[in-house]
Design a protein around this ligand. Structure first.
Ligand code: CAA
Length: 383
């Protein structure tokens, strides 16, 4: 077993780290306070190829492997998890889905500008009454010649206001449960398509999350991804892949919590010495370090399995389940180490906790990850 990164992977990790520190860190606190979308940062990330990292150069992507993507996601999210989720949705949910399942027309028209980062994507599965129970789609589409008429509401949509192209799941045959769900590409500006106000969130406040409403939106037939009736399978397959993105985001937050705690513990004095010299603090730092390392190993294992063309569903779900738990635990511990300073906005660690919590909720809650893992275990047991 070889744990060494390749030269290319190290280079991408380094580039992402330097970019995050130079270009993202200076505005992270202010954007979090104001809930401001990082438009200029996303443009610069596009120039680095970070918005279509795993897309083949044939479709204007950077053609990097999944491990590189995970490493870059960790570095970006270590500095700002809001930027991390914007990147993750565009890369793992939208670009990966279109590259794998899109027609030539879709790849040429939508994937290429998304991979270049000139356009931004969003993934719209969740609804007011269909979150974890995603088969219960109320949004529906009816065929009208060479178009489909789309009606319904989506919510909790990341990049909801800023995206240009939206992958929208809708019922096209109510009798067929999940086999009657289809994925449509809806473009910003299509008549009848509107987004709601930005949600006032606990964390990842610099990313925009909102609801979407569709009122008789006419979507061309050629905007269907894969096939009519394949939208649920599409979503499941894509979410399997999205999980190492969110796992990487969580690893980044956990690493940031550890970094901040180490720095503070070396500076802060109590009982006549820096607090890092107290065993109580050393034990906390050690526990955090083990968890961060284990979370990264699980996440990179899932990414490496995907790169090797092997089954990665169980490992990706495990990586997301564990890394998101670790992110919350490390952020909480970082606040404890900082004491009162950890509880105020002047120090960064309170943001880490606010940002960490969502990693246990979106792209499949921790409870859903456990279902996915258990199902994979049962398949293995039956084999
Ligand atoms: N991978 C691939 N296919 C899967 C799958 C998986 N992990 N889980 C289920 N499927 C397939 C099944 O094989 C089946 O397909 P066929 O009929 O073709 O065989 C189909 O899905 C339906 O399976 P089930 O009847 O078993 O489905 P279910 O109703 O029990 O639900 C679930 C399964 C895993 C709980 C699913 O509903 C689920 O993943 N829910 C969570 C949804 C989710 O993650 N939402 C996040 C929203 S996106 C987001 O957060 C993005 C963002 O903006 C950040």
């Amino acid at each position: 077993m070889n744990f060494d990164l390749t030269e290319d992977q190290i280079m991408i990790q380094q580039t992402a780290r330097e970019f995050a520190e130079a270009e993202i860190a200076p505005t992270a606190v202010e954007r979090d306070k104001k809930g401001e979308f990082p438009t200029e940062i996303i443009k610069k990330m596009a120039e680095l190829g970070f918005m279509g990292m795993m897309v083949s150069p044939e479709y204007d992507g950077a053609g990097m492997d999944t491990v590189s993507y995970a490493l870059a996601m960790m570095e970006i999210s270590r500095v700002d998890a809001s930027v991390g989720v914007i990147m993750s949705v565009n890369n793992s949910l939208v670009c990966s889905g279109l590259e794998k399942y899109g027609s030539d027309y879709i790849k040429e028209t939508f994937l290429k500008p998304l991979a270049r980062g000139e356009k931004l994507g969003a993934f719209a599965l969740s609804e007011p009454e269909a979150g974890s129970d995603a088969t219960q789609q109320k949004t529906y589409a009816e065929k009208d010649g060479d178009h489909w008429i789309l009606n319904g509401i989506k919510n909790w949509i990341t990049n909801g206001q800023s995206a240009d192209y939206y992958l929208v799941m809708a019922q096209t045959d109510k009798e067929k449960r999940h086999k009657g769900i289809t994925c449509f590409i809806v473009e910003k500006g299509m008549p009848g398509f509107e987004h709601g106000v930005k949600e006032d969130k606990l964390g990842i406040r610099s990313s925009d999350t909102c609801s979407l409403t569709f009122t008789n939106v006419r979507v061309p037939e050629k905007n269907i991804v894969w096939e009519v009736g394949k939208g649920f399978n599409f979503s499941m397959n894509i979410l399997n892949g999205g999980r190492y993105g969110i796992a990487s985001q969580a690893c980044g937050i956990a690493q940031a919590s550890l970094d901040a705690s180490l720095k503070y513990a070396k500076e802060r004095k109590a009982f006549n010495t820096e607090i890092i010299n107290h065993q109580a603090i050393q034990f906390k730092l050690s526990e955090m370090a083990v968890k961060v390392e284990a979370a990264k190993l699980l996440t990179l294992q899932a990414a490496a399995l995907r790169d090797a063309g092997k089954e990665f569903v169980k490992q990706a779900a495990m990586a997301k389940l564990y890394s998101s738990k670790v992110a919350v635990e490390c952020a909480l511990e970082a606040i404890q180490i900082h004491g009162g300073y950890g509880y105020v906005r002047e120090y960064l660690v309170e943001r880490y906790l606010r940002d960490a919590k969502i990693t246990e909720i979106y792209e499949g809650t921790s409870e859903i990850q456990k279902i996915v893992i258990a199902r994979e275990l049962m398949k293995e047991f039956a084999a």
